[in-house]
Design a protein. Structure first.
Length: 173
């Protein structure tokens, strides 16, 4: 599978003709094949902003922890959250990863849900928990297990695998 990459011209070296327009288009076979200056946004503890279509038909934006494998974005959600219902109804999501030290270095990823796995699945449920623990360590710098489960309910998790449809890149660190 090929992922379309739109590379926006930036202004890191000063004004230029057609700045902020798509300068080049390329394709990669997985997120791991991205230029290292953008891959660092994927690999570091950069909180993503995800957009999903809510019950009103409008975009709902929330910060989320970001993970990926190959050409899939992984989003691990508590099963009782509204985003789960919304993703099932409209299985599309867009992510924005912005360098916290330079807002002119970012990447936008458009995705489609390809699969969901419940933490209660007898065959693959442990993968959901393991992935959540990995995110806990990436973002909190602490060994697992994930320590923010809602104590008021028997919180169960859903892992959404999202196929990358396209992405756009901008700027340098």
């Amino acid at each position: 599978m090929s992922i379309s990459v739109s590379k926006f011209r930036d202004v890191a070296d000063g004004p230029q003709a057609d700045q902020f327009q798509v300068g080049d288009r390329a394709a990669v076979t997985s997120l791991a094949d991205l230029d290292p200056i953008y891959k660092q946004l994927l690999d570091g503890p950069v909180t993503a902003v995800v957009s999903v279509i809510g019950s009103t038909g409008l975009s709902n934006l929330t910060p989320v922890w970001f993970d990926y494998e190959g050409d899939l974005v992984l989003m691990n959600l508590a099963s009782h959250r509204k985003k789960v219902e919304w993703l099932r109804r409209t299985p599309k999501a867009s992510f924005l990863l912005m360098n916290p030290e330079n807002p002119y270095h970012w990447m936008s990823i458009k995705t489609t849900v390809s699969r969901e796995i419940s933490e209660d699945d007898p065959a693959e449920g442990s993968r959901v928990t393991t992935q959540l623990d990995r995110m806990w360590t990436k973002y909190m710098g602490k060994p697992g297990p994930y320590a923010l489960r809602d104590p008021e309910c028997n919180e169960r998790r859903i892992l959404f695998e999202l196929r990358v449809d396209s992405l756009a890149t901008f700027g340098r660190p």
